[in-house]
Ligand binder design. Structure first.
Ligand code: PGA
Length: 248
């Protein structure tokens, strides 16, 4: 397994034209084989993105999934459908889903398990709000979010995917966690995993998200506990996304 991941989360942005332009730029760029480069476009463009990147060395994923295999769930998408479209990864528990859709730790854990069941690699997103950080609750919140998934799928299940630490106060705000501050939380995430299986604590990939850009990426990625990044705003333009890939 490769050590580093650079993942772009397009959120609800993009168009067919933007996908075509972005894929063209990725096909031209030398990506190197040492890291996993992932893009999470809106699910509407998943198939087109997969076709567009071709063999550029980029894996494509969805931003969310429903935990059920199929059924009467209007508007939802299953893990198997994502895989059928050529998706290989999926985000679970992004803070925008936790806050806008009220997703609980239990639901996020069920989604993580459903993704594994369909052969997808899930990324578990965790992170605290500013109020929780100020109240000294950040560690407990993040450890609880990780623990919920360990309890559902086991620590080896978590290790098949990855964890993204995204402090909510840093998402889309231009304010990044200081590299040592982020690394401390990555250490806590590894401790939480290590309490269940010491051998896996070091091998689980823990990436950082929250206002990563071409200027701050190298400093963040130089922390030994930070295995790459989940990039929102700066992943929408191929140029800035590729600059972050280069930093990794
Ligand atoms: P941002 O988003 O890079 O725009 O802060 C990160 C994310 O939400 O994954």
């Amino acid at each position: 397994m490769r050590r580093s991941i650079v993942a772009g989360n397009w959120k609800m942005h993009g168009s067919r034209e933007a996908v075509a332009d972005f894929c063209k730029a990725l096909r031209r760029a030398p990506l190197g084989a040492e890291l996993d480069v992932l893009v999470f476009p809106p699910v509407a463009y998943l198939g087109e993105f997969v076709a567009g990147v071709g063999d550029a060395g980029v894996a494509v994923g969805a931003q969310d999934l429903h935990p059920a295999a199929q059924g009467a769930h209007t508007g939802e998408v299953s893990a198997a459908m994502i895989a059928d479209l050529g998706g290989r990864w999926v985000l679970t528990g992004h803070s925008e889903r936790r806050s806008e859709q009220g997703e609980s730790d239990a639901l996020v854990a069920a989604k993580f398990g459903a993704a594994l069941g369909a052969g997808l690699r899930p990324i578990l997103c965790v992170g605290e709000t500013l109020a929780q950080r100020r109240a000294g609750e950040a560690e407990a919140v993040v450890a609880g979010q990780v623990q919920a998934v360990i309890e559902a799928v086991g620590v080896d299940g978590v290790a098949q995917g990855a964890v993204a630490y995204e402090p909510i106060w840093a998402i889309g705000t231009g304010e990044t966690a200081a590299p040592d501050e982020a690394a401390a939380m990555h250490g806590l995430i590894r401790e939480t995993i290590g309490a269940a299986d010491a051998a896996l604590a070091g091998s689980v990939r823990v990436i950082y998200g929250g206002s990563v850009n071409p200027h701050n990426a190298a400093a963040l990625f130089s922390e030994p506990d930070i295995d790459g990044g989940l990039i929102g705003g700066a992943s929408l333009q191929a140029e800035s996304f590729l600059a972050i890939v280069a930093a990794a």
